[in-house]
Design a protein. Sequence first.
Length: 614
Amino acid sequence: MIRSVFLATGAWLLAACDSGDLPAGDPGLEPAVFTARLSEPVYEVHHVESVGGARIRVEILRDAAQPTQAVLLTYSPYNTLGEPRPAEDGLAAEFAPLGIARAVADVIGTRGSTGCWDYGGGLEQQSGVDVVNYLAALPWSNGRVGMIGGSYDGTTANMVASAAPEALRLIVAEAAISHWYGYAYRQGVRYLVNSEAPADEGFDTPLAFDVGFGDTVALDPQGDYFLDTVLARAAECGAIEHSSQAYNRSPDYNGFWMQRDYAANAADWRAAVLLSHGWRDYNVKADEALRLWQRLRLDDPATPALDGVPDMRLFLTQDRHSSADDYAEFVALRHDLIRAYLLDDAEARARLDADPLRVTSRGTGVERRDTAFPFTGTRTLDLFVNRFYVQDLDCVPICVPGPGTGEIGTLEPVNRYSGSEGMDRPGAWNTQAGWLDVPLTAEDHSRSDPLNDGSGIAGEDALPGGQGYVTLYFESAPLERAIEIAGSAVLDGWFQKMTATAEGTVTPLLIEVAADGSTRTLQRGFVNLDYAQGLDMARPQAGWLNARVEFLPSHVRVAAGSRLALLVQSSNALWALPGTAQGLMSIGFGPIDGLTAAGSRLQVPYIELESARR
């Protein structure tokens, strides 16, 4: 899991401080050069007894002149990168002078903590809870603990919040995992890397920890438990199970993953929550924040019992795997939340109470604040996947193009057809179209030449191609008005496998085709058809089956005059591990006897931005 972008967080705050010395904690630590504005700075090292006899190393920077302080904790496997004093960071510079001690703890089985690294599991969660309770009970603590961090450091905040320890009052989780299955897989397909930002990926986890951070020790050989940590690193610590689950080609959603699903009991969370994420994060996908957000429950002040979290905020950017610290609005919000929930600061709380807009999405081309997500005014555009022509349909907001040719098809509005629930429809030229499952099919090539015949992007004038299609392409008419797509498109598709061989994958793309013919990928979908009927177990079968392919979410503006296009293919090389080649596969358009009267349709969440052009 790439984390380098988070290491510089708050570095400018450190640079602004005068140099000086701090009293040493363990005897092996070098003198510090960090003073901030503390009257009596103290740097301490503690060891917290935890699950299975493990001892968790915690380092604390605080001002001993302040008799009562809250604690802001990061529980991290990366503290070896912050040697020799990882608690001396920008967050310490910002909050220690306010009476909030800065604490940094080593995840169980890493650096100065004994025990076994647990890949987000129960041992990791319980040890985090133990650290929170320990910090809350220290003689100078006011009993309030917050957790903060990005990437894995934010994941541990989610992890501990899901256990709901009373002392945990707030978490700030940036680009963090809410369920580990979703970090590794999308509907049974294993993520790989990507072709847009190759360094921004997470295929190295858990491997990078089982043979990397999980083998680190603290650089103070005179420390009380140095030998214990060295001996602990010799243990196997579940590395075989981690790998077999995280790189499995038939990934059942079993007890291993259920234990690592922190959003599953989101209704039981009690700490205030600030989540931030980048829509274009190719490592920890933005769906991890959205999935958690939509499961959290805000406390109802009208009821006597605490039945949710006291505050919840979501800050989204157009960035990749990074902190939101470049946004002054986010930094101010984070500051107010920490002061309000760790110090009970009345002014900070008043500012929060006065702002009902809990969701922010910032970035090039889209700027939106709202009370909830999905955003107010979001509608669903239902489009049939088709290859026939119907005249005289109104443009709301899409007009219907002329008939497709070859393996080129159309996307047509659902709501113009009559019948039960608007889903009956006239018959198509053909009820299905087929493509070849070629495991090395690559998105970059498919998007520019979906027929792979040199004709370029499909359209009314595109060549029909010939034999050997490896992708299918469906395109709408030009948009009559600009829209924002916000959330996840869904392809409710009927797919046919010719054999019962396992791992038949489908990886559709939602594409914008601009008026000048240029293209960009708006969203990507992934599904292993063996898991179309549920993630609990693989159910390989031949023949027709229905699969709802939920695309990875995005928030993008699509200009009037652009077309929406759906590209259907079996694999998306680089982005995901391909399944076992199936030969010929098909998607259904119209009625399929005994199965569906409507065929396949694409559902796109959108917000209308402009009135129709006249």
